[in-house]
Write a protein that binds this ligand. Structure first.
Ligand code: NCD
Length: 330
């Protein structure tokens, strides 16, 4: 197998997805040591190219690259007045000329990461850190890693053990709730979780579901209580993306209070969850809107684990794309 870029989960085969997850587990094992740094990418340079706001994803990629001993250059280019294609092209030429070895890119336009990788402007591996409403592959991988660790685990045991290499999510059931329309996290997760054998149900008001949802490999339910009654292994709450809604003129739901009542993981719903159900959220959370404080702060919320797993997954992705032996996996 050779991974040239990480642009979309749709580019991954089943065994490539598992290789990323198994490698992430190996990376995670090194992160419990007192000295967390590995020499693997010593002398290589990773550029974080962020055209859109990000806190945790940028810091996570930076941490991952540094834990592998790479040098990191952070380049935030929000709000460029150049046309998107031109600014991307010029930036690509500059990065290549500066001797970068890989580019992590976040952009508000769907397809920007693909363009950067495939337009022929540069030869560097590209890692997509979120492009518009399209894909966010490392987020889906960190979610799958988190699920893999919890699925089938005894909920009464505090131990979270990594599973055996090659374990997939066959038979797991995941409910993803909320602003699917604007969510690259939901898209990437439907692709990856179903590739790994899980069954996904999306729950949202009709106004927050994209056109063509019938073609996605998942179920759709408009009723959150109904979906939760099926006792899923995980419920993933999506952030209500108010910045994308106001850019589109608003009107996606009547009021925050009504949204919370119909689609929020409020205290009542949270208390009714099956014992095994874990609560996930990609962050940043809107407490009181899509998720209540009770749910967000409870021991069954794995939000902080998701963040830690994010570093391991990004270390795995950088390693497989950049370390010489990473190209020879078969
Ligand atoms: C997500 C994103 O940016 O797509 N957040 C993240 O990567 N931590 C989800 C979101 O912004 O709601």
């Amino acid at each position: 197998m050779s991974l040239d870029h990480l642009i979309s989960i749709r580019d991954l085969e089943y065994r490539e997805a598992l290789l990323l997850l198994d490698t992430a587990e190996q990376m995670a094992a090194t992160q419990s040591h007192r000295v967390k740094k590995l020499p693997t990418l010593h002398g290589r340079t990773v550029v974080n190219l962020f055209f859109e706001d990000s806190t945790r994803t940028r810091i996570s990629f930076e941490t991952a690259a540094k834990r592998l001993s790479a040098d990191v250059i952070n380049f935030s280019a929000k709000g460029s007045s150049l046309s998107k294609g031109e600014s991307l092209k010029d930036t690509a030429l500059t990065l290549q000329a500066m001797g970068a070895d890989a580019v992590v890119v976040r952009h508000s336009s769907s397809g920007a990461a693909h363009r950067l990788a495939h337009a022929g402007w540069m030869e560097l591996p590209v890692l997509n850190a979120g492009d518009g409403t399209h894909q966010h592959p490392t987020q889906a991988l960190l979610d799958a890693m988190t699920l893999r660790r919890h699925y089938k685990r005894d909920p009464s045991s505090p131990e979270v053990e990594p599973l055996a290499p090659g374990t997939d999510l066959e038979g797991a059931r995941v409910v993803i709730v909320g602003d699917v329309l604007h969510s690259r996290v939901a898209r990437s997760n439907v692709d990856l979780l179903t590739l790994l054998g899980a069954q996904v149900t999306l729950v949202a008001p009709p106004t927050l579901l994209p056109v063509g949802i019938e073609g996605w490999a998942c179920d759709v339910d408009y009723d959150l209580d109904h979906a939760l009654a099926s006792e899923p292994d995980a419920v993933m709450m999506l952030r209500v993306q108010r910045e994308r809604m106001s850019a589109a003129g608003g009107g996606f739901f009547p009021s925050p209070g009504e949204y919370h009542a119909a689609y929020g993981l409020d205290r009542q719903r949270f208390e009714k969850l099956a014992e095994k159900t874990i609560v996930m959220h990609p962050g940043p959370m809107n407490r009181g809107l899509e998720i209540s404080a009770e749910a967000a702060d409870s021991p069954r919320a794995v939000v902080v684990e998701q963040v830690s797993n994010g570093v391991s997954v990004r270390m795995a992705a950088l390693y497989l794309l950049l370390a010489p032996e990473g190209h020879s996996h078969d």
